[in-house]
Structure formats: C-alpha cells, structure tokens
Design a protein around this ligand. Structure first.
Ligand SMILES: Cc1cc2nc3c(=O)[nH]c(=O)nc-3n(C[C@H](O)[C@H](O)[C@H](O)COP(=O)(O)O)c2cc1C
Length: 172
C-alpha cells in the first residue's frame, strides 16, 4: 500500500484543519505539521505520496514554515522521482484576489523540478472569483483551493471531492 504523508504549513489553523480532514480519508497516513513535526528533507523519503499544504501570505508567499524547507530543497535538490504529489491550501479570494492561493503554484514548480509527478488533483476554477492566481495552470487550479473566509460552506464538499479524485488519479 502506498504510504501517504500530509505535510502542512498553516499560520492560523485553516490549512491545518483541511489537512486533518484529509487525514481521515487516507488510512495509515501521517500528518506532519511543518511548525512542530518537521526536522529535515529526509522526512519526505518515507512516503510514496505527498499531500503538500500551505496557505498563501504576504503577496502570494508560501506560509512561513515552508520557507526554509523549500529553500533547502532548491539547494540540495533531493530526488523526488517516483513520488506522487498533490497540493492544497487556503487563501482569501476577496481580500487577496491578486494572488489567490498562489502558494500552490509556487510549490508545484519546486516539487516538479525535483522530479516528482505533480499533475494530480487539479480542480476547476468555476465558483471562485479572483483576479490572478499563480496556482492557475491551463485554466485550472493545480490543487485544492480552500477559502474558509468567504466560502466556508463549500469546504467539506471540496475536500471530499478532491480526496476521491486524487485516489482515483493516483490509483491508491
Ligand atoms: C497579511 C495577509 C496576507 C495574505 N495574503 C494572501 C494572498 O496573497 N493570497 C491569498 O489567497 N490569501 C492571502 N491571505 C489570506 C490567508 O491565506 C487566509 O486567511 C488563510 O485562510 C490562512 O490560512 P492558515 O490559517 O492555514 O494560515 C492573507 C492574509 C493575511 C492576513
């Protein structure tokens, strides 16, 4: 069985809440909170499937606990080939429409460059309203975009649908 690791960076607990819901759907998976549980890049090696979560801060920045690990990845260039990776994260399309959930796109670039397969869990942009998102690739979000501030009522359904989708796409 594929070993699933959910790695999440979350400042206010929203993306962490999404990660905890995801955890319920993936039997035997492990949840790594980047703030408390993350030590070094070796931790990624234990898993075949990575669900990578980050909220977006500043002007389209990744959540602060991802800054050093992503920097290290780009320097050390660990080989992530063979790993299946999907991205999720929270943002705010109303107050930050100019960089809505941009962190997902930035992280996808980095994991792809290290050889990981990252074309999983793309979702429709329908039902969202924003100006720009670096997470939008070929007309879709390159992951699961959660907006708990403006669309809280859609969160559970979005998580459930995404879980079904990535299990199918990854064959796990
Ligand atoms: C100062 C500040 C900057 C933000 N910048 C962005 C942004 O660029 N894009 C976005 O989609 N959301 C942005 N947000 C919204 C957060 O991503 C949103 O509140 C999210 O739910 C936080 O998730 P977390 O609790 O997992 O960190 C920003 C929020 C604050 C307070």
């Amino acid at each position: 069985m594929a070993k699933v690791g959910i790695f999440v960076g979350s400042s206010g607990g929203v993306t962490l809440g999404v990660a905890e819901k995801l955890e319920e759907f993936f039997e035997g998976c492990e949840l790594i909170n980047m703030e408390e549980d993350y030590d070094d890049l070796e931790q990624f090696n234990e898993f075949d499937v990575l669900l990578i979560g980050s909220s977006t801060w500043g002007q389209g920045d990744v959540q602060r606990d991802w800054v050093d690990p992503l920097y290290e990845m780009q320097n050390d260039e660990p080989d992530f080939s063979g790993k299946k990776v999907a991205f999720f994260g929270a943002g705010d399309q109303k107050s930050h429409p100019e960089e809505f959930v941009t962190a997902l796109g930035k992280m996808k670039d980095i994991f792809s460059k290290l050889g990981a397969s990252t074309d999983f869990g793309y979702t429709s942009v329908d039902g969202y309203s924003y100006k720009y998102s670096y997470a939008e690739k070929d007309g879709k979000f390159c992951g699961l975009a959660i907006d708990e501030i403006n669309q809280e009522d859609l969160t559970d359904e979005r998580i459930e649908n995404w879980t079904t989708q990535i299990k199918e796409e990854m064959g796990i």
